[in-house]
Design a protein around this ligand. Structure first.
Ligand SMILES: CC(C)(COP(=O)(O)OP(=O)(O)OC[C@H]1O[C@@H](n2cnc3c(N)ncnc32)[C@H](O)[C@@H]1OP(=O)(O)O)[C@@H](O)C(=O)NCCC(=O)NCCS
Length: 159
């Protein structure tokens, strides 16, 4: 992993356990069911299986992150989230670009993800990176109104 330039003077680098708290906060701001800091610590302690990418400034304040799970020739995009105050400025794109570039140097050839079918911005981001829909999972995402949302399952072939 190199250090990747990102918009707004940020750069993308590998996540470390010290980033767990910031990641949990950004995740909680982006999803109805946030994951606890301890979950992030466990993922970050195993970067071979679950590498994380963080978009940070020069003081290592985290403004966004993405986490993958690698499994042989397949990988899953576990989650991606950007600080609400920093969205729409290219940080999500920079995180995905960094992760995909790294994956090209691994045996992984297919990347999967699930996304809420109503999450238009995330779906547009994924399509820009070559993901296409391969299925749906009904009732996948809990919602505040109690009506679980359908997930799109998407796949990108890395060639
Ligand atoms: C999805 C998310 C990570 C995108 O991060 P971001 O930094 O805001 O995205 P970027 O600024 O890099 O935008 C990249 C692309 O995403 C799409 N996009 C981003 N915001 C959008 C919006 N408000 N409406 C439509 N498309 C949008 C566009 O395709 C954009 O490319 P473009 O600028 O060339 O048109 C961010 O919105 C987020 O944290 N959302 C909450 C958590 C979440 O939903 N995660 C994904 C769950 S699977």
């Amino acid at each position: 992993m190199s250090i990747w330039m990102a918009p707004m003077g940020l750069h993308v680098t590998l996540g470390e356990t010290r980033d767990a708290e910031a990641m949990a906060k950004i995740h909680a701001a982006g999803f109805f069911r946030g994951w606890p800091r301890t979950d992030f610590e466990a993922y970050l302690a195993d970067p071979t299986t679950t590498p994380a990418y963080v978009a940070v400034d020069s003081r290592r304040t985290v403004h966004g992150f993405m986490m993958l799970r690698l499994s042989g020739e397949e990988a899953e995009l576990l989650t991606i989230a950007v600080d609400p105050a920093r969205r729409g400025k290219g940080i999500g794109r920079a995180l995905l670009a960094a992760g995909l570039a790294d994956l090209m140097m691994t045996p992984v050839r297919t990347l999967f993800l699930e996304v809420d079918e109503t999450n238009k911005s995330a779906i547009a981001l994924y399509k820009n990176f070559g993901f296409s829909q391969i299925g749906t999972r009904k009732g996948y995402y809990p919602r505040p109104d109690g009506q679980a949302a359908t997930a799109l399952v998407m796949r990108a072939d890395l060639g």
